[in-house]
Design a protein around this ligand. Structure first.
Ligand code: EPZ
Length: 422
């Protein structure tokens, strides 16, 4: 099993290229199920979750090919010959649930294994299923599978989500694209990844209003598959935020390329609150050192608020702030798994239900630590960059799910980090 070995204390400098967004790529790959023609997706991040989603489509009978050098995938779903998404694949990646909406909309029948929980929380899909039932689907849970039927296709209706759900919104947007009639989604997620999915479907011929707002209206094609066009995945705002934290914690000046600064606004403003400054251009951001790193209060919320996927990385950063910071996690019930690992490095963090209180000016020492989930693992790497001596981050298969060549990109910036095998 691989692990990352980091020797702390190095300043960073230079430029890092940000890859395409994993959380945009996954629904977009699933959306090709709605397309009658073959298409190519570029700026596709070469991470294991993306490979898993492409493999899932292949298992259903689609013709796929990934070009790692060009960072693209060509997918033809016209050859899909069955609609059962097996447990073996879904258990590896809960986002596999994103094939439920498009498979049901196109084929009228599918079986998708329940994703099961994960480290950060129970993560139910009740809102996905309730919305599909409101669109006329017959949903049953049988031996751990969602068995979904929609004879004659799905029907447009008004869906009001009790909670904002990113993949829930994406599933229903894709289902509505081929439904009979119009679907209005109230309390729809408006993350940049949801926006790109809507834009790609619109370019494929679906009439969609309200893109990027909490109320989206979709006129279904009545079962007619789409003439989807090739597209490039938007930059990964969470990968970008992770490198901003790496630059900030080492008090370095580094430049991120291939980013969309608009998507980073809540994080950049938080960094500014902490005493950092930054320059931005159309596709790049340069972060600059703070003369004094201020403690801060963070509350995670849906976009455009502070993203839960950046909570762990900013917690690592607050360890070097001057004073006590508080971090409130409002989206997931168990997204503080990184706290115990950071404590092994000398952090002093107390938890009270959904709020973490972080002592600043921490004397961090290298240690053997264990990644528990994707973003927690990047937080451990960020802390290790300023910890005394050596930190070994184990179970980095979590990291490989959502970060392209993290150690190579950090090495290029000057960090002392290498990937070793146990
Ligand atoms: C997406 O997960 C992202 N994953 C997550 O990123 C991200 O943390 C999350 O959105 C929030 O931004 C992908 O896009 C593939 P939700 P998702 O449905 O869609 C509750 C990463 O690190 N809920 O928006 O699963 C749920 O329990 C990952 O890249 C229900 O109760 O998240 C949570 O408390 C981690 N019932 C809240 O809503 C439902 O049916 C938000 O979840 C659905 C969700």
């Amino acid at each position: 099993m691989d692990f990352l070995q980091i020797k702390g204390g190095k300043k960073l400098s230079g430029t890092v290229e940000i890859d395409g967004a994993k959380n945009a790529a996954l629904p977009l790959i699933a959306s090709t199920i709605l397309s009658k023609n073959r298409l190519t997706i570029s700026n596709l991040p070469q991470v294991s979750d993306v490979r898993t989603m492409v493999k899932l489509l292949e298992n259903l009978g689609a013709k796929t090919s990934i070009d790692e050098i060009k960072k693209s995938a060509t997918i033809d779903t016209s050859t899909i010959d069955h609609t059962i998404a097996q447990y073996e694949i879904v258990r590896v990646m809960r986002a596999s649930i994103l094939v439920l909406g498009p498979l049901l909309a196109r084929f009228g029948y599918c079986e998708v294994s329940l994703p099961g929980g994960c480290a950060i929380g129970q993560r139910p899909i009740d809102l996905h299923l309730k919305a599909l039932e409101q669109m006329g689907a017959d949903i049953e849970i049988k031996q751990g599978y969602v068995v979904a039927k929609a004879e004659g296709g799905l029907k447009g209706t008004t869906i009001s989500f009790d909670k904002i759900t990113v993949t829930g919104s994406e599933n229903i947007i894709m289902a509505a694209a081929l439904a009979h009639g119009t679907t209005r989604i109230l309390n729809c997620a408006k993350e940049p990844e949801v926006v790109q999915l809507c834009e790609v479907l619109r370019d494929g011929g679906v009439k969609i209003e309200g893109i990027g707002t909490y109320e989206v209206t979709i006129e279904g094609t009545g079962g007619k598959t789409l003439d989807m066009k090739d597209f490039a995945v938007i930059p990964d705002r969470i990968e970008a935020g992770t490198y901003l934290c790496a630059g900030a914690i080492t008090n370095s000046e580094i430049t991120l390329k291939n980013v969309n600064p608009t998507h980073l606004e809540s994080m950049l403003l938080k960094l500014k609150e902490m005493g950092f400054s930054y320059d931005e251009s159309e596709e790049s951001v340069t972060i600059k050192p703070a003369s004094k790193v201020e403690a801060v209060k963070i509350t995670t919320t849906e976009y455009p608020g502070f993203p839960t996927d950046m909570q762990a990385q900013f917690m690592a950063l607050t360890l070097v702030a001057d004073g006590v910071s508080t971090i409130e996690e409002k989206l997931f019930e168990n997204r503080f798994m990184h706290v115990s690992e950071l404590s092994r490095m000398g952090a002093n963090i107390s938890l009270n239900s959904y709020t973490a209180t972080v002592e600043g000016n921490a004397e961090l020492c290298g240690a053997d630590v264990m990644a528990t989930d994707l973003r927690a693992s990047s937080a451990l790497v960020i802390a290790a960059l300023v910890a005394k001596d050596i930190t070994n981050v184990h179970r980095i298969y979590h990291l490989d799910r959502g970060y392209v060549k993290l150690e190579e990109k950090l090495q290029k910036l000057g960090a002392d980090i290498k990937r070793l095998s146990e």
